[in-house]
Design a protein. Structure first.
Length: 141
């Protein structure tokens, strides 16, 4: 007896779709625009995380602290690989009162890792790739 509430499931054969060159060009442009958006967002997240590292080491800006062990040392130009391309970043500096330049953990991680590699960017599991990108920036290895 056939159920009246559910439609019968049918197997539909796979179909091939042929796209015109204009549609392919639009899709490629959309992919490149999305990629650029991700690189720009990644750069902003990296800058915010590096500043948070500096605040953790030096304390808040313009807030006196007698027990401070490090001071802000301005910024310097540097570069990291993000999305398979080397991009320029402004790296905040922190200097120890006793030992000189301090390393920012986020910059050290970013200098040795490409957080937006193609494996991270590939939308192979639905929205799972968004979680992978966020986790890469929030909890670097």
């Amino acid at each position: 007896m056939m159920s009246r509430t559910k439609a019968a499931l049918r197997v539909v054969p796979a179909a091939q779709v042929q796209l015109s060159l204009n549609v392919q060009r639009v899709l490629r442009d959309m992919q490149q625009a999305f990629y650029g958006l991700c690189v720009n967002a990644g750069k902003q997240v990296l800058a915010a995380r590096m500043e948070a590292d500096r605040v953790a080491l030096c304390g808040a800006k313009n807030v006196p602290d007698v027990g401070r062990k490090a001071v802000r040392g301005g910024t310097t130009r540097s570069s990291v690989v993000l999305g398979g391309q080397r991009i320029a970043v402004t790296k905040p500096r922190a200097r120890s009162l006793e030992h000189g330049e301090l390393e920012l953990p986020t910059f050290a991680w970013a200098a040795n890792t490409d957080a937006l590699d193609m494996a991270t960017m590939a939308p192979d599991n639905g929205a799972d790739w968004q979680v992978r990108v966020q986790m890469q920036f929030m909890f670097p290895k």
